[in-house]
Design a protein around this ligand. Structure first.
Ligand SMILES: N[C@@H](CCC(=O)N[C@@H](CS)C(=O)NCC(=O)O)C(=O)O
Length: 217
């Protein structure tokens, strides 16, 4: 029998990690299928029928197909989260939504410049000026997060929400890619708090070394 909940996508993708992290926080039963990257499969007709963009993650929930990582985590939080991961009241909801938007519009952009420019590019092809400028951009984003964290344990509440998932998924790689990226104290403590959560350790802190020097998917 097909699983009512399937998560499709390689676990080394930070976008897939957001979904796996939340699914485990919610103690959901699901089937995880590794697709994309070295596993291939994103250009098959079957997969393109699920996501015409050929990207992971994809969530199959009964007969519904949901794509885009932030849309998927919003959906899971709405259906299974009991209001803990994302509020339903319109104003309260903006407090998580704006971090989800910011994570794509700002943090992911600068993270990708560092991660692809440095980690996924072979040393002889790296452009050090571009990398240095991308690291400064990342550090500015970490300062933004630091200001929001203030003395709070998580971004918008005393407990983690979707805001922490959409942004916190980038921290581990930024902290461990052998390139000095300055972590403000608040952000470091937040990263340590996230690291104490089993789903973060299992998915976000998983080995990503197969991506080193790998310029294609
Ligand atoms: N905005 C999309 C981006 C999806 C995306 O670019 N996924 C990448 C992995 S992070 C992908 O599918 N790459 C092709 C592959 O892994 O084969 C989302 O948030 O889900």
């Amino acid at each position: 029998m097909a699983f009512p909940l399937q998560i499709l996508g390689r676990h080394t993708s930070y976008n897939v990690q957001k979904v796996l992290w939340l699914a485990d926080e919610l103690s959901l039963q699901y089937q995880h299928v590794e697709i994309g990257g070295r596993f291939g499969g994103t250009d098959s007709e079957e997969f393109l029928r699920l996501n015409p963009d050929g990207k992971v993650p994809v969530l199959v929930h009964h007969d519904d197909v949901i794509i885009e990582s932030n849309t998927i985590i919003r959906f899971l939080a709405d259906v299974y989260g009991n209001g803990l991961w994302c509020a339903t009241e319109p104003f309260q909801r903006t407090l998580t939504d704006r971090w989800l938007d910011w994570s794509i519009d700002r943090l992911e952009q600068v993270f990708v410049s560092v991660f692809w420019g440095f980690y996924r590019t072979p040393p002889e092809n790296r452009n050090h000026d571009v990398i240095a400028s991308a690291v400064s951009d990342c550090e500015r984003c970490l300062l933004t997060l630091s200001r929001e964290l203030g003395s709070k344990p998580y971004l918008i509440a005393e407990h983690p929400t979707l805001a922490d998932i959409a942004t916190g998924v980038f921290l581990h790689r930024l902290y461990t890619i052998e390139l000095p990226v300055a972590f403000p104290e608040n952000v470091l403590h937040w990263y340590q708090r996230l690291s104490s959560r089993a789903p973060y350790r299992q998915w976000v802190m998983s080995d990503f070394s197969e991506l080193k020097g790998r310029v294609g998917y």
